[in-house]
Structure formats: structure tokens, C-alpha cells
Design a protein around this ligand. Structure first.
Ligand SMILES: [Zn+2]
Ligand SMILES: [Zn+2]
Length: 479
């Protein structure tokens, strides 16, 4: 009798509300349902409400310590500088609010955050093709890729996290396919996340092509390819902040990339989006110290891939001194050594990435190059509204010289393009960034080599380390 009553209560909920809230976290006032409906669901145990801001000594987030008073439950902020207080019109008391995630709507002490704790909605499943497979990618993994893919699958089946430390151009994405396919066949929710919008845009069509029968959702600011409940999600780390204990598998691409590496909010968002037991897979060519050390100590399982998928070595960057480059540009002059290099490349029909340390320099240099009429030239930076269109034109070959800030240092693959850094001694270009930039070159089997030139006014530790890093990887790769 009791069982029967229990069952009837368990199914007595609003299915739209369930689908809306499951695996997400919203402020109560954001839910498009009546207050009465929400109250009912709270009473019956389908929805949990928690305060938006907790005091750390409440013991709710045990990893916090040391004199910090507040914790924002939505974004994980614990920095006292990033909280304010106000006389709250809602609770008529002095209320703390979080400044860090303010742009998503204010979180105060009296804000209630709702999560779904009732039954799970039916999962949107993926239909295997005629061959019983979900993955229709017809390529063949290299020996190194195949070994890494198998190890990743094994590790994930044991519920453990995994590091893939793979050189640029090693085909990291493809080696994820077996693990992703396995998870999808088990009806699990999978997210492939990365800090960069450009990387999401690059990965999305490749994933859709590889898994044609799987609903794939792309999440980034302004994305038009959002599918609710899609079992496979490609997302910026930023967009995951709305999720709560949702994904069974998390793959993080470019884990060392700015801003992920520096922004604790993004790390919190990714952690919160994962189910408690979800294994993580970290992908990177240049692991940040924490991951690298955990791997070298044996605390984190993983694999190192020192060869590119096409079996050719990584292009080793060449240093070229050009004197005071800032001064030259200010005078409206292009350093002759660089001009000569660019002319040779464009005359040979080669497309060029030209990396610069700042947006102001980008504008000046782009203008100078356009004046030289070496070929169609454009500049792109993070806030450029035409950025995606320009990358597309560069991909199609209609732009021949693309001047860019470090936003395109990774994730973007243009076959047969070559790369140079203008002002490689600028502190923006650390070892990681320079390794990534050199990694833009020689990506396709038809053009496995090419120039990576660092134009500079004095070698830096970052430049020397980047070159050593690449040489060492080539040695490990057997070259
Ligand atoms: Zn209040
Ligand atoms: Zn916050």
C-alpha cells in the first residue's frame, strides 16, 4: 500500500518543469513556471532549493578554508573583493551579492537556486547506423592514436580520469571517437568542452560528421545550434555554468588554454556540470604544471603522443632578429627581413598566419602590409565582429595573410599554412603559446613541413624553451 502511494507521488510532477530543470541550476525567479507549481514540487521532493550565497564556515564546501566568508554557489567565487553588500529590497536585510557572475543576473544571500532532484527524464538516444555503429568516421587512426584511444576507453570504463598529452597535429580529436561512441551507445551524456569559442566552432562540424545520427549541440555565445537534451554537447567552458551534475563524461580540449587555466570560475563550472562520478579526459599539447606533475607522479593516468598523425616531425621554429620592431612599426616601416620572408611565401602561393602581441600593433601592422600589396591581408582579434568570417575567408584562400593576436594560436587548422610571430620576445608569448603557434604549421599529410619563424628583438626564455620543447618531442617521436 505504501509502495503504491509512494509511486503515485513520484509520478505526480510537471514533465515540462522536469525537462527544463533537470541537470541545470536556475534562480527560482528564472523558472518559467508559477510560484505555486514550484512550491508544490519542492514540497514533494522533486526540487531542491539552496541559498545562492553560503558562508564558508557552514561546511557546505569543505575545500574552502582560511577566513573567506562567502561562497557563491553558482560561480564558486570565494574572493571577498568580489562580493558586495546592499540593503536588499527583497528580504529587507543587508544582503551579500556576487559581483563575479553578476552579468548572468544577480545572486544574493536570499536568492534561491533550484535544482531537480526527482526522477530523470527519458534520455534522447542516438540511433546507430546500419552497421551498428554510431561513429561513421572513415579515417584510420595512426598506431599512436589507436593505442591512446584504446587506453582512454579502458580507463574510462574503470571510471578514471585520463590525460592525453599529444603534440599539435597529432589528431587528438579523432582518437576520442571510440570513447565517445562507447559512452553514447551506453546512453550517456557526453560533453567536449574547451575554453575557446573558435575551437568549439572548429570541432562542431567534425563531430556532426563523425556522428551523423546523434543530436549534437554547440554551446557558445550566439550559437544557433543548440539542441535541448542532445546526448553530445560541444561547449565553451563558460556555457557550462548553467549545468548541474548533468554529464556522465567530460572531455576537456586545450585544457591549458587561457582563460581556463587562469579562471577559477570556468574550472568550477566544468566541475559542477559533471556528475560526481564522471571521469574527465584532459587533452593538451602543453599540459599546465598541475596536470603534468600529477601525470609524471603517477597520480593521473594518461598517455603521451610525440608524433603527428601523418608521421612527420614537428616544424622546429627559426629565430630571426629584426631589431626594435615596435619602433619600426611606429615609424611606418616593415623590418626588411620579415618583408622578404612574407614576399617569398606569398609569391609561392603560401598562406601565412602572422601573430602579434597586441591589438594596437595588429591594426598598424595590418595597414602596413596592406599598403605593400603582398596579397589579400586581414587582421583578427577577440572582439572583432567579423572574426569568424575572416577565418573562413583565410581557410578558403581568399585571404592570404592573416594577422592575428594569440586567439588563433590553437584549435584552428589550415592545411599548408605557415606561421610567423612578429615580436616573439614580447611577454605575451610564453613557451605554451609559441609551441602552439609553431604547431599551426605542417598539419596536413600533403604539406607536412613549413616555416615557423619567430621575428624578435632579443631571445627570451619562452622562445628558447618553446624550441627545446619541440625538439624534445621530435626526439621522443623517434626523429
Ligand atoms: Zn536579500
Ligand atoms: Zn557568483
Amino acid at each position: 500500500m505504501l509502495l503504491f502511494r509512494d509511486d503515485s507521488i513520484r509520478s505526480d510532477f510537471n514533465h515540462d518543469l522536469q525537462r527544463f530543470l533537470y541537470g541545470r541550476e536556475y534562480r527560482v525567479e528564472e523558472l518559467p513556471f508559477s510560484k505555486e507549481t514550484i512550491k508544490q514540487h519542492v514540497r514533494k521532493g522533486f526540487i531542491a532549493l539552496q541559498h545562492g550565497i553560503e558562508t564558508a564556515d557552514g561546511g557546505l564546501l569543505p575545500f574552502l578554508s582560511g577566513g573567506r566568508r562567502w561562497v557563491c554557489r553558482r560561480c564558486g567565487n570565494t574572493d571577498p573583493e568580489l562580493f558586495g553588500t546592499c540593503t536588499c529590497g527583497r528580504c529587507n536585510r543587508s544582503c551579500a551579492y556576487c559581483r563575479r557572475c553578476l552579468n548572468m543576473g544577480v545572486i544574493r544571500s536570499c536568492t534561491e537556486l533550484a535544482t531537480w532532484i526527482g526522477p530523470e527524464p527519458r534520455r534522447l538516444s542516438a540511433a546507430p547506423g546500419e552497421n551498428g555503429r554510431l561513429c561513421q568516421w572513415s579515417g584510420i587512426l595512426s598506431e599512436e592514436q589507436a593505442a591512446a584511444a584504446a587506453e582512454l576507453v579502458r580507463c574510462q570504463s574503470e571510471g578514471e580520469s585520463f590525460l592525453i598529452w599529444a603534440v599539435t597535429g597529432s589528431g587528438k580529436t579523432e582518437l576520442l571517437f571510440p570513447a565517445i561512441e562507447r559512452a553514447l551507445l551506453r546512453n550517456e551524456r557526453v560533453v567536449l568542452t574547451t575554453p575557446r569559442t573558435d575551437v568549439v566552432r572548429e570541432l562542431f562540424p567534425r563531430m556532426k560528421a563523425a556522428f551523423p545520427n546523434v543530436p549534437v549541440s554547440a554551446l557558445y555565445a550566439g550559437s544557433e545550434d543548440r539542441i535541448p537534451d542532445a546526448p553530445l554537447v560541444i561547449s565553451t567552458a563558460h556555457q557550462l555554468i548553467r549545468f548541474h551534475r548533468y554529464f556522465d563524461r567530460i572531455f576537456i580540449d586545450e585544457v591549458d588554454a587561457f582563460p581556463f587555466h587562469f579562471d577559477p570560475m570556468l574550472q568550477y563550472a566544468v566541475q559542477k556540470a559533471a556528475k560526481e562520478t564522471a571521469p574527465f579526459a584532459y587533452l593538451t599539447a602543453t599540459p599546465p604544471p598541475g596536470l603534468k606533475n600529477a601525470f609524471l607522479r603517477g597520480d593521473l593516468r594518461g598517455i603521451k603522443i610525440a608524433r603527428r598523425f601523418h608521421g612527420h616531425p614537428l616544424p622546429v621554429p627559426r629565430f630571426c632578429w629584426i631589431g626594435n620592431w615596435k619602433k619600426s612599426v611606429a615609424k611606418g616601416l616593415l623590418p626588411p627581413a620579415m618583408l622578404k620572408w612574407i614576399r617569398e611565401k606569398t609569391e609561392a602561393g603560401i598562406r601565412i598566419f602572422l601573430f602579434v602581441p597586441s591589438v594596437s600593433l595588429l591594426r598598424d601592422l595590418t595597414e602596413l602590409l596592406q599598403r605593400e600589396a603582398l596579397g589579400p591581408t586581414a587582421g583578427v582579434h577577440a572582439d572583432d565582429p567579423d572574426r569568424h568570417a575572416k577565418v573562413m575567408l583565410f581557410r578558403e584562400g581568399r585571404i592570404r595573410i592573416l594577422v592575428t593576436t594569440t586567439i588563433l594560436e590553437r584549435g584552428v587548422t589550415i592545411p599548408a599554412a605557415e606561421a610567423a610571430v612578429f615580436g616573439a620576445d614580447d611577454p605575451v608569448f610564453d613557451e605554451q603559446a609559441l609551441v602552439q603557434i609553431a604547431g599551426r604549421v605542417g598539419r596536413s599529410p600533403d604539406h607536412p613541413a613549413g616555416d615557423a619563424v619567430f621575428f624578435h628583438n632579443g631571445r627570451t626564455l619562452g622562445m628558447v624553451r618553446a624550441r627545446r620543447h619541440i625538439e624534445r618531442m621530435n626526439e621522443e617521436g623517434g626523429f
